[in-house]
Design a protein. Sequence first.
Length: 359
Amino acid sequence: MSAVLIVDDNAADRALLRTILGRAGYSVFEAAKGHEAIQQARAVRPHVIILDVNLPDWSGLEVCRAVRADRELSTIPVLMLTVRHDDTDVVAGLEAGADDYVVKDAAGAIILGRVRRLIEFRQMAGLAMLNQQLAQIGRLLTGIVHEIRGPLAVIRGNAELLRLNHPSDAEEAQWIESILRSTRLLQLRLDHLMATVRNRSAEVQVIDVPPLLHEAVDLFVKGLPPGDRQVQVEVVGEPPVPQVRVDPGRLMQVLLNLLSNAQEALARTQRAGRILVRCGTAVSQGQSWVTVDVADDGPGIPEVYIDRIFEPFFTTREEGTGYGLYLAREIVKEQAGHITARNNPEGGATFTIWLPEAS
């Protein structure tokens, strides 16, 4: 559901806009003064701000400039409300950074059309930027994997030669087998990394979910900085579950992303925490699913954001990119599944991956 923030000191005008937008399915928030608008925008992160040009404390132009100067709010489209059709307010609003304008007495369909256009334009611009960034990351990752694969092949080849020249009961054989196991594991993880940057699924397979969960947790824990390893991460409760048909490399990417999000949520509490990964089964809308839960005991997700966390570029962290969860959702959709999030009654949050049974 898209959120719209109305900033207008006239209660009747706010009520009219609230009715128009509410009937169209938008979630509506309101502010009567300029300084309240900035605070409210930071709190709800609206998709669009409808801003009256005349306000009792700051002018709408000052509020618009403040929005554009705020790092957290600068990309939110602003629709300026004017009270006349001449060019004075229109030009001033556009120069202050507004994206569009509409007169207060415009028909409801026009207001809705302007709001819808601004939201769609922002989404398209965000996705274009996301695709550009992912292409750059993909090129970088491909180069790194290529550089690793060369020496890895040499190590594995020499270990194979050593095994041929040593009987299986020789003392050195255990070390040779350890090298070969490690090279096979590293090769598998490199394949998983490459699967994350390919334009299509690298290899869809019928797999058992629990081994992949253990591999993801092991890889994640070993990649944590030493100071963050006080967080307990484990796979719990392993009931037998049906196989699923997925790209294991892409699913691994989703699991690592969810584990990273959970760890970052716990880090903000500045205390040791716990992340639990579990799989199970469920029936929803007449279909059988295999579910994977990634649950933490952190602060949870503010309810005002819980329906928006999978949107591209939506983030509440200053250092966040806002496309990790969006990518996770898109990857799971590629596997014919979906992903949901909820707050736990006892605290923390749970992300659930839903995958159809292979049968």
